[in-house]
Design a protein around this ligand. Structure first.
Ligand code: FES
Ligand SMILES: [Fe+2]
Length: 313
């Protein structure tokens, strides 16, 4: 059996950068969804993602291109493309702009400090919106600590992990076998509640993890208890093989700064530890279309039915 996955890349919103990674007028090449793309912020401050190749003679606009008042300018012969719809708006040496001259834009949204692009294999428009998370920008919460990994796997495989009850004990060392329940599955959104006994600084306690997924590319995981924490999880397909995983973690501030920073560091360390424990499993496993499940496994079949919505036949 080889490691080929039986599904294509799912349509979803996917992180392509953090907001503060690209300033007004900046441009950079990016490679996601098996495509060459450019990410830029136009002069009005709006983040944009375009196909990378100029329709004139195929230059990669991400290498030497510029963002100007007119839009995105190709480095090769200075054709300029409107930031709004990608249509060519200027060719400095011609009188009549060819009507078909345009670069393909991808839909973009910028929320929670993250720039996201909408990927759909057939170029269909977005089918849902990413919500604004109440914790983002709330002064009662800390700054966000970021980590990222390249994982040789697929989004659905990573998503299955959230309902895989037994692995929390065997891979992550929870105190007992967890329970994982799909609380709600509303179209493209999913809410999973995961409960297990965990070790805390104040002894063993019931840990509750509330996971919301907004498509297969973005979600947030909230740990409730003495300390309230949130992890934004973004997985962006690089191509058929790799997913670029980003985690950004924050917590509700505690009584003083040093407690907050100590607890915050321990929390991020724990997230890193658990994520790193999953990676060798993900990177070497196969996807079984007909796994043999048992009654303690958690709703893996339901998760798969939900995930199947994101594929185009
Ligand atoms: S290839 Fe882009 S302007 Fe000619
Ligand atoms: Fe895990």
């Amino acid at each position: 059996m080889d490691r080929e996955f039986p599904f294509p890349l799912p349509f979803s919103w996917y992180q392509v950068a953090y907001s503060d990674e690209i300033g007004v007028g900046e441009l950079r090449p990016i490679h996601y969804f098996g495509r060459e793309l450019v990410l830029f912020r136009d002069m009005a401050g709006t983040a944009r993602v375009f196909d990378a190749f100029c329709p004139h003679l195929g230059a990669h606009i991400g290498y030497g291109g510029e963002v100007t008042e007119q839009g995105l300018r190709c480095p090769f012969h200075h054709w300029s493309f409107s930031p709004e719809d990608g249509r060519c708006v200027d060719i400095p040496y011609c009188k009549r702009i060819p009507p078909k001259a345009a670069v393909e834009p991808l839909p973009v949204c910028e929320k929670n400090g993250i720039i996201m692009a909408w990927y759909h294999p057939l170029g269909e428009p977005p089918e849902w919106e990413i919500p604004d998370l109440p914790e983002y920008g709330d002064p009662a919460w800390t700054e966000w600590t970021r980590r990222d990994w390249m994982v040789k796997s697929r989004n659905q495989e990573l998503a299955e992990n959230t309902v895989d009850a037994a692995h929390f004990f065997y891979v992550h060392g929870t105190k007992n076998i967890a329970t994982t329940d799909i609380v709600e599955s509303d179209g493209y959104f999913l809410n999973v509640l995961c409960q297990s006994r965990v070790d805390t600084s104040k002894g063993e306690a019931d840990g509750k993890i509330d996971i919301h997924a907004y498509g297969l590319g973005f979600g947030c995981t909230r740990f409730k208890g003495v300390v309230e924490t949130l992890v934004m999880t973004s997985g962006t397909p690089v191509d058929d093989e790799y997913v670029h995983m980003h985690l950004s973690c924050a917590l509700r501030k505690l009584e003083d700064e040093s407690t907050t920073s100590g607890v915050g560091k321990a929390f991020v360390g724990e997230i890193e530890r658990q994520f790193s424990q999953d990676i060798p499993i993900w990177e070497n496993k196969v996807h079984l279309e007909k796994p043999i499940l048992c009654d303690g496994d958690g709703p893996i079949g339901d998760l798969r039915r939900w995930a199947s919505k994101f594929y185009v036949d």
